[in-house]
Ligand binder design. Structure first.
Ligand code: HEC
Length: 153
């Protein structure tokens, strides 16, 4: 009887605990994969690949601010990545601070730059980088891009 009660509590408790943590990086990345493809390879000329340059952005403060801005506010304006120039438009993604951190960590550490020593994003860091930029635009993200880091050596 006691065991049954404990088991029931565990069964009821599990889904709510998983929900409280929010969706994982792979689940969140599905929305990005619609354009950047599931392996982040992108579509040359249309959607840039999420590759080594993303790991380089994540390694410096200016690049971290850029990554959070791209996901939060979108991106537009000519950008060169992996030898191609893109002049497209990425729409802002409606995600919580925690979700932005989770999806960026997945992109950086699982897809774009495995082995990267860049510190994982936290929801608190994303919140701080978003503070005061609520009305920012996709053009504003372009102005933050560290173009020198985009070029593969
Ligand atoms: C509707 C298509 C679309 C979706 C969805 C999308 N992107 Fe993008 N993304 C783009 C386009 C287009 C660009 C290039 C914009 C330009 O040409 O200025 C881009 C650029 C980027 C860049 C900048 C790359 C660089 O080298 O500067 C990053 C990082 C990025 N996307 C990450 C993401 C992540 C993470 C998600 C999901 C949370 C996502 N994108 C969802 C279309 C998309």
């Amino acid at each position: 009887m006691r065991l049954a009660t404990t088991l029931t509590a565990a069964l009821i408790g599990l889904p709510s605990a998983a929900w409280a943590q929010g969706p994982d990086g792979a689940t969140l990345f599905a929305r990005c994969a619609a354009c950047h493809l599931p392996d982040g390879a992108g579509v040359p000329g249309a959607f840039p690949a999420l590759r080594a340059q993303v790991g380089r952005y994540a390694a410096v403060p200016a690049g971290r601010a850029y990554l959070v801005s791209v996901v939060s506010h979108g991106l537009t304006g000519a950008v060169a990545a992996a030898g191609m120039v893109y002049s497209g438009f990425m729409p802002a993604q409606t995600l919580s601070d925690e979700e932005v951190a989770t999806v960026l960590n997945h992109v950086i550490h699982d897809i774009a730059a495995p082995g990267s020593k860049a510190a994982p994003f936290t929801g608190a860091e994303v919140a701080a980088l978003r503070q005061g930029r609520e009305g920012a635009s996709a053009q504003d993200s372009r102005a933050l891009r560290p173009d020198d880091l985009a070029v593969d050596p």
